[in-house]
Design a binder for this molecule. Structure first.
Ligand code: DC
Length: 226
């Protein structure tokens, strides 16, 4: 039987899930998998190829032509869509504005969950997303559910995006986050919700070091058992 450790991190958009996941992976030498990047890469493919989201035939045909790979050389997300690195492009607004609709499609989720479960079969991994502790790895040893004040989250995301998008306003980022929170928590397919055994981590007033230590304290007992 495999005794690898899985750490599942779920939560709202721009709560710093990937920041803490990367830091944990680096510190503990786990593999980091950004499941949101997978939904974003699928969205990019759909946009580029004008896939009609309401046409299930087109969607399932497109899914067959999408091959995703991660290169995790420095604990950053390097995601390859059919051998092309798309790590930057998937963070731009066209993808952010469409990813909620794409990630609500049943066939898309079935395919992504299958790939995610394969990645967590035999290695110690940290995966972040919306349904990792509830659907992808319901038996994960450690589950964190992250949250933070919506205004603080919008300011953080705005800072990340503003260099490459000088016309973007804080209001637009706030609206996009509010829209995604609503869509993520109310969709029919695997809505964002806290697993009953997930530990809440509200980082509104925490420094990166404080939240990292909080998570390490939760994971350490399992390292001793493994
Ligand atoms: O974490 P992120 O903001 O990069 O995720 C992008 C979108 O993908 C987000 O709006 C919801 C969706 N998502 C999902 O439905 N399930 C996941 N496990 C990860 C992301």
């Amino acid at each position: 039987m495999s005794n690898n450790i899985v750490v599942a991190i779920d939560g709202y958009s721009s709560c710093g899930k990937s920041t803490i996941a990367k830091a944990l992976a680096k510190k503990l030498h786990f593999i980091y998998i950004d499941s949101g990047a997978m939904y974003r890469a699928v969205t990019l493919y759909f946009l580029r190829n004008n896939i009609d989201l309401n046409d299930s035939g087109q969607v399932s045909e497109a899914l067959k032509n999408i091959h995703l790979n991660f290169h995790s050389r420095d604990y950053q997300t390097h995601i390859m869509l059919n051998d092309e690195e798309v790590s930057d492009e998937i963070r731009q607004m066209p993808v952010s504005e469409n990813v909620s609709a794409v990630s609500a499609i049943h066939a898309v989720r079935v395919e992504m969950v299958k790939q995610q479960q394969r990645m967590g079969k035999s290695k110690n991994i940290i995966m972040d997303g919306r349904d990792i502790g509830t659907v992808v790895f319901p038996d994960a040893q450690v589950k964190l559910f992250m949250t933070a004040d919506p205004k603080v989250r919008a300011e953080r995301r705005f800072k990340e995006l503003t260099d490459k998008n000088p016309d973007l306003t804080l209001e637009e980022v706030f609206e996009n986050l509010a829209h995604r929170d609503y869509a993520d928590t109310t969709r029919k397919e695997s809505p964002l919700t806290r697993a009953h055994d997930a530990i809440i981590l509200d980082n509104t007033d925490l420094t990166p070091d404080e939240q990292l230590q909080f998570a390490i304290d939760k994971i350490t007992p399992f390292l001793k058992e493994a």
